[in-house]
Design a protein around this ligand. Structure first.
Ligand code: ADP
Length: 255
C-alpha cells in the first residue's frame, strides 16, 4: 500500500477572528483525482492555497510527498522553513487559478517557458520544445506567438494549464478554473482536464461548482461545509445517494 502524497492533519486556518478551517484532516493518495465541492465560503479554495503555500496556517501539520510543508512559527502562524524549502516544495505542486494569472505582456510561448528556464535552469530550446508539446496537448499550438489579450477566456485557461504542467509537478490544483468563463467556453477547458485526468498519473485536486464535471473527473468527491468534510465517497455515491442531509440540500439546490 503506497503512502499518501498529501497528509493534512488537524489543520486550523484563521483569518483574524474568522476560523475558516477548524481541525481539518484528509489524506490524498498518489495519482488520486479529488473533487472538492460545497457551498461558497466553506474553505475549499483556502485548502488549495494552503497546499500551494500561498497562505500560512494557524495550526496542524501538512506533509507533501513525505516532507512537512509548514514548520516555522511566525507570530501566531506556521510558515514554510525558509526560501529554499519553499522553493523545493513549490516545485512539487502546480496550480491553475480562476483568473488565469498569465503574464499579459508575454506571448503564450514565453508564458510557458519562463518559469522552467528561470526556476529550473532548463535551456531555452528544451523549454520551448516541451512548451510546444504541451500547447499541442491543450489544442493551442497555433497560438504560441499570441499575447493573452488576443485569446478567449477558454484559450487563456488552456494556456494556464499548459504553463502549470511545464514545471512537471507531482500534484496539480485547479481552483474554479471555469467559473470566470462564458458558458460556451467551459466545455473546451473541461475536456482538456478530463483528458489530462485520464491520461496522467499526477495527483489532482479540483475545486468546482460543475457537478457533472466533478462526477466524470474525480475518483473521490469531498463535500465541504463550514470548513469541515461533511461527507466523502465515490462520485456515484455522493451524487446519486448522498447520506448526509446537508449534502442532499446542497445538491438539490445546485443541480
Ligand atoms: P470556498 O472556496 O469554499 O468558496 P474560501 O476558501 O474561498 O471558500 O473562503 C472561506 C472563507 O474564508 C470565506 O468566509 C472567505 O471570506 C474567507 N477568506 C478567504 N480568504 C480570506 C482572506 N485573505 N482574508 C479574510 N478572509 C478570507
Amino acid at each position: 500500500m503506497p503512502s499518501p502524497i498529501i497528509r493534512i492533519d488537524n489543520i486550523v486556518k484563521r483569518f483574524g477572528p474568522l476560523t475558516v478551517l477548524d481541525g481539518l484532516s484528509m489524506d490524498v493518495m498518489p495519482g488520486e483525482k479529488l473533487a472538492l465541492i460545497g457551498p461558497s465560503g466553506s474553505g475549499k479554495t483556502t485548502i488549495l492555497r494552503i497546499l500551494m503555500t500561498l497562505e500560512s496556517i494557524s495550526g496542524g501539520h501538512i506533509e507533501v510527498d513525505g516532507e512537512q510543508l509548514y514548520h516555522m512559527k511566525k507570530g501566531a502562524d506556521l510558515v514554510p522553513a525558509d526560501e529554499h524549502h519553499l522553493h523545493r516544495m513549490r516545485k512539487k505542486i502546480g496550480m491553475v487559478f480562476q483568473h488565469f494569472n498569465l503574464f499579459p505582456h508575454k506571448c503564450v510561448l514565453d508564458n510557458i517557458t519562463l518559469a522552467p528556464m528561470l526556476t529550473q535552469g532548463v535551456a531555452r530550446s528544451d523549454a520551448e520544445k516541451r512548451a510546444m508539446e504541451l500547447l499541442d496537448m491543450v489544442g493551442m499550438a497555433d497560438k504560441a506567438k499570441s499575447v493573452p489579450a488576443q485569446l478567449s477566456g477558454g484559450q487563456k485557461q488552456r494556456v494556464a494549464i499548459a504553463r502549470a504542467l511545464a514545471l512537471s509537478p507531482k500534484i496539480m490544483l485547479f481552483d474554479e478554473v471555469t467559473s470566470a468563463l462564458d458558458p460556451e467556453l467551459v466545455e473546451e477547458v473541461l475536456s482538456v482536464m478530463k483528458r489530462l485526468a485520464a491520461e496522467t498519473d499526477m495527483t489532482m485536486l479540483l475545486v468546482t461548482h460543475e457537478m457533472g464535471f466533478a462526477h466524470d473527473f474525480a475518483d473521490r468527491v469531498l463535500f465541504f461545509d463550514r470548513g469541515k468534510i461533511v461527507e466523502e465517497g465515490r462520485p456515484e455515491e455522493i451524487f446519486s445517494n448522498p447520506r448526509q442531509e446537508r449534502t442532499q440540500t446542497f445538491l438539490r439546490k445546485i443541480i
